[in-house]
Design a protein around this ligand. Structure first.
Ligand SMILES: NC(=O)c1ccc[n+]([C@@H]2O[C@H](COP(=O)([O-])OP(=O)(O)OC[C@H]3O[C@@H](n4cnc5c(N)ncnc54)[C@H](O)[C@@H]3O)[C@@H](O)[C@H]2O)c1
Length: 323
């Protein structure tokens, strides 16, 4: 297979590097790549990822794990790179903001350098956060965003923006085959139970019978993409014979208010928890919804899993792990 720049990305007997492979999304990428016949090298420093997320893969002879921090150079032989290493939830990325910027900037430089040496394609897990508190709705890829450069979220938002810049400069300067996906809110099994993200928060609080924390009036909207749909898009982008470079918005455009989500979770879990309204965090976007027409056109991809179905699977996972 060619990515359109003359670089080959063939499927069999090839090792794909997944940085952040022990995290929520990374573990699903590893699993999907193994299912599709690839060898997988998972690199993670276990900052937010866990061995438990990849425990079921450890006995697979086509799967290998390496503990490594990607802010340091890495010398391995691989034929493609999914770069996901970076804490993703505000609680985690604000714990050590300097390290967060480093992972996106130094980490990307290291992984881009590796891809350049090996002449292999590299995919960056970017984020809808690069749009900041958007003034355009729904967000389209050509929108440049509205980000506070000095706020508490800037370490993540600006780090990811700089990573996109690096990816496109490596492409322009070194003809590196790059792929950039802008991921919108994704949920599913193996989300961290205490990362403060709304879906996992609501489910964990409901299952424990604790009050459900709703920020502000709860009328702000979000769209939620089930992890399997996101992983399909990322793998399709890497495998595409066309030169699909992105940036591509990947998410589910169906919007829900926080109150609607809380009510669905309460109904599905049968919980008696009550809603508890808390002040809105700084720079919390009021609305976030992807325009996915570019991904639909260039990949023929569209999300398939309804929130109803995805929540059932996610609740089942948390029921099992919370015991
Ligand atoms: N989950 C979402 O809704 C979402 C939305 C937008 C973008 N993303 C992006 O997708 C990627 C994965 O997110 P996730 O939700 O799976 O988060 P996660 O925290 O579960 O996974 C991140 C992984 O990266 C690892 N990591 C962190 N710093 C590292 C370093 N220096 N070296 C090596 N490994 C390191 C962590 O240990 C973890 O396993 C991130 O890059 C994130 O920015 C996620």
């Amino acid at each position: 297979m060619s990515d359109g720049n003359g670089f080959m990305w063939t499927r069999y007997a090839n090792t794909i590097l997944v940085t952040g492979g022990a995290g929520f999304i990374g573990s699903h990428i590893c699993e999907r790549l193994l299912d599709r016949g690839y060898e997988v090298l998972c690199v993670d420093n276990f900052y937010t990822g866990t061995r438990g997320n990849i425990g079921h893969l450890l006995s697979n002879p086509h799967f290998e794990v390496m503990r490594h921090d990607i802010t340091f150079p890495l010398y391995v032989q691989v034929s493609g790179i999914f770069n996901l290493a970076c804490p993703a939830s505000p609680i985690h990325y604000q714990r050590d903001p300097v390290q967060t910027t480093k992972v996106s900037v130094h980490g990307s430089i290291n992984m881009l350098g590796l891809a350049k040496r090996l002449s292999v394609p590299i995919l960056q897990a970017s984020t809808s956060e690069i749009y900041g508190d958007p003034l355009v709705h729904p967000q389209i890829e050509s929108y440049w965003g509205n980000v506070n450069t000095i706020g508490p979220r800037a370490c993540y938002d600006e780090g990811k923006r700089c990573a996109e810049t690096l990816f496109f400069d490596y492409h322009r300067q070194h003809k590196l085959p790059i792929k950039v996906v802008r991921i919108f809110n994704t949920y599913g099994p193996r989300m961290h139970p205490h990362d403060g993200r709304v879906v996992s928060n609501f489910i964990v609080q409901a299952l424990k019978g604790e009050p459900i924390s709703v920020f502000g009036d709860g009328l702000q909207t979000r769209s939620f993409c089930y992890v399997d749909d996101l992983v399909s898009a990322m793998v399709m982008m890497m495998e595409s014979e066309e030169d699909v470079r992105g940036p591509l918005n990947i998410g589910n455009p169906t919007e829900f208010t926080m109150i609607e989500l809380a009510e669905m979770v309460l109904k599905k879990t049968g919980s008696k928890s009550k809603l508890k309204h808390l002040p809105l965090p700084t720079d919390d976007p009021k609305q976030r919804k992807p325009d996915i027409s570019l991904a639909q056109k260039s990949l023929g991809w569209t999300p398939k899993t309804s929130l109803d179905e995805g929540l059932d699977r996610t609740i089942a996972y948390f029921r099992q792990t919370l015991g």
